[in-house]
Design a protein around this ligand. Structure first.
Ligand code: NAP
Length: 216
């Protein structure tokens, strides 16, 4: 299987890269050093020069998250979030969808914060919510080529950005706010990806993996 993972320098993307490497898959892990997804010229040039044709699976983990009250967030910070999370996704998808195999699939990451956001998450919730509108259209256009797209909306994952951003006290509080009283394990993300890949009839759907923090 040929797999492209963005955001593979750390967090969920890095764990997924390790997982697929151990399985001896042909996996390419990208970080912003390889290709800054915010910039169209850089992204398109990178994909043109790479050998990324006939991709089976693209997992888009690259993202940024700044938690700040709305009255404190600056225009530049808000714009940076939109550039990375929305324009970055646009740039990646423009390059990757034409290079997907027939029956290939794309996994995007949303978040429980798009459905049940807390104070300070205006920019992040806004960016993640936008992905849902995008996918509702893309799923139809991609089906014309028998290609699939899914969204995974995790709550807090054991690895990744929130773990580094939050104090131990804040983490404890967050853990206790989850009915399951624990964060999502990386294996639960991996098994969700496996399930989605094996279930193309679910294309376009969002899978919530959040210990019942948010129930649809
Ligand atoms: N971790 C969680 O608890 C959690 C919960 C819900 C949803 N999610 C979502 O899951 C995904 C992965 O999260 P994570 O926690 O693993 O993230 P993370 O640890 O913060 O890693 C972010 C990754 O994105 C890359 N990146 C950032 N800006 C980029 C750019 N302009 N171009 C290319 N790459 C860029 C970073 O690369 P560099 O190192 O090169 O900067 C890094 O590899 C994200 O979409 C996140 O919103 C995560």
């Amino acid at each position: 299987m040929k797999i492209v993972i963005t955001g593979a320098s750390r967090g969920i993307g890095k764990e997924l890269l390790n997982h697929y490497q151990k399985k001896n898959e042909e996996v390419y892990g990208l970080s912003s050093k390889d290709c800054d997804l915010v910039h169209w010229d850089q992204t398109s040039c990178f994909f043109e020069q790479s050998n990324f044709n006939d991709i089976d699976l693209t997992i888009h983990c690259a993202a940024s998250n700044v938690t700040r009250f709305f009255h404190k967030i600056s225009f530049d910070t808000f714009k940076n979030m939109i550039d990375t999370n929305i324009l970055g996704t646009f740039n990646l998808l423009k390059c990757v969808i034409p290079r997907l195999k027939r029956h290939g699939c794309v996994i995007l990451f949303s978040s429980a914060s798009a459905f049940s956001p807390r104070m300070g998450q205006a920019a992040y919730a806004c960016c993640k919510s936008a992905l849902h509108g995008l996918v509702k259209v893309l799923v139809q256009e991609m089906l014309a080529e028998e290609k699939y797209i899914f969204l995974i909306a995790p709550g807090m994952v054991e690895t990744g950005m929130p773990m580094k951003m939050m104090s131990e006290t804040a983490l404890e509080k967050a853990r206790n706010s989850i009915p399951m009283k624990r964060f999502c394990k990386i294996d639960e993300i991996i098994s969700t990806i496996d399930f989605l890949q094996q279930t193309p009839y679910m294309t376009g759907q969002t899978i919530h993996v959040n210990g019942s923090y948010y129930v649809q």
